[in-house]
Design a protein around this ligand. Sequence first.
Ligand SMILES: [Zn+2]
Ligand SMILES: [Zn+2]
Length: 636
Amino acid sequence: MEIVVEGKGPMEVESGVTGRQLLDKISGRRDHFAISVDGQLVDWDAPLMKPCSINVLGFESEVGREVYWHSTSHVMAAAVKRLFPECKLGIGPAISEGFYYDFHRSTPFSENELESIEATINQIISSDLPFTREVLTKDEAVKLFENLAEPYKVELIQEIKEGEISIYRSGEFVDLCRGPHLPSTGSIGVVKLLSVAGAYWRGLESMPMLQRIYGISFPQEKELEDFLERLKEAERRDHRKLGVVLDLFSFQEAAGAGLAFWHPKGAMIRNVIEEFWKREHLKRGYQLVSTPHIARAELWERSGHLEFYKENMYTFEIDEQPYVLKPMNCPGHILIYKSKRRSYRELPIRYAELATVYRREKSGVLHGMFRVRGITQDDAHIFCARDQVDREIDGVIDLALFMLKSFGFEKYKIQLSVRDLAHKANYAGDDAMWEEAEAALKRALERRNLPFVRAEGEAVFYGPKIDMSLVDALGRAWQGPTIQFDFNLPARFSVEYVGPDGKEHEVVMVHRTVLGSLERFTASLIEHYAGEFPLWLAPVQVVVASISSENLEWAHAVAEELRQSSIRVDGDFRDETIGSKIRDAELQKVPYVLVIGKRESARREVSVRSKKKGQLGAQTVDAFKKNVLDEIERRL
Ligand SMILES: [Zn+2]
Ligand SMILES: [Zn+2]
């Protein structure tokens, strides 16, 4: 029969041949990490029974990397079991960069132990053991892992519905796994174990604490070196670390995990973002609203959240009535819209709110300000008629791009998420609505020549959306703006307007955010700028530092004058040397330091030191003020 190999053309093979048997023929290079048949990833030992097209995936493909890293996690687990047979296996997935595996063990792994695990991994790689798949019934699988004394695996198998269960072997190591994997352990180049952290089984605090080992692997040594270099830079920029050093925010054990406390300087940055956000929204015809944090459960029943989103919601009771702590703002905005009858003349209506919502995130996924339980969304909902959709989408994209650019993000990635056409029944709304909405989103992107990836099956059930990620100084992408159609809520709440024909029509509803959340956005700003904020965002813009107590009067007067012009100024009037005052301001990444000594006091001037440009010499307060206000105005 004939198969077509991507990049190689057609090839005559016997029916029943496997990818593994074809390896040498279909891939001359060694970068064959996964094989897909007619677009489906398959195991290397799966027999090819009919003509098909084959694609061999290497490290350059996301799927290839995932298989590569996930397979390395098997090898790491095999090494751990060889060295520490008493460890119990948890799970070992690939992550966005690298992999981890969780082990139950009474003590954490030491630095030395990680080194010996690495050495054993390298032995297993040299042995070039094939990854082979076996299929068992549920009972057989339970027995196998009971005999291996792997209680966590047994727990996972018991949750699987009846049917085939696949396991993978590589040498003496066996793991419950869906696969697929690399052809053999020898496909792995270099491995580095990166860190160990405690992680609750299934991310639940009520479950046992496991030891999670993180690692990474690459085909080439050079790639590993580059990665480690980037990792060092990422650590330098880590917002959790800078958050402490710059005294921006904290998380408090006494309050609970995933709840951010914004300290004065962090709150100042947040306030600058909020003020800018509000001003730009008002300019664009949005109206600011404010809605309660709790509401009756019935509201969330009507919206469908209690049915589809319950595991993410905090519920409680007031006077024996069920209530919900809001996970979203949409039903609230709908209630305001529906507080009176709406005419087509009022549309579009755009309600915006900077609102903190609460979502039940597992403790294991919480990550500094990037993933929290109290999230402040920069939310808005647009209610419009069908013929207004294009203009509205245009407006949102303009605003989103303007926002990203204003905050210094010049690059972004865009995904157009649409439904899975093979399972149309799983989605709210009819074909025409989906097609119309998708076309509107696409037109808006194309009009601006914005490159995007169309992702089938990535839409949520109630409508297509555009997802934009902002790309930071290290090239990392963070989730940012989204523009989301909703074919569900308008129908559930009968959100309507009276048309020129005098009849009720359903509105088109669009949810959108242009920053994502204030927590995540602030964290990405911190990492993007490595804490060195541009002047307009810096929580402290100017430090006034006195050389000695004799200059205090003028120093105070300068600070006061700048403060009166809304410049964010701190006075450093301590009994320290001017050198150490300048050093402290530098560590706090303050853009300007004004040195006030005898000469400055006498001449009623200030000596200006810029973090970016160094010494700028003596200036009058007026001249300095004018420059600074101008820089702030231009968002430098
Ligand atoms: Zn696996
Ligand atoms: Zn919404």
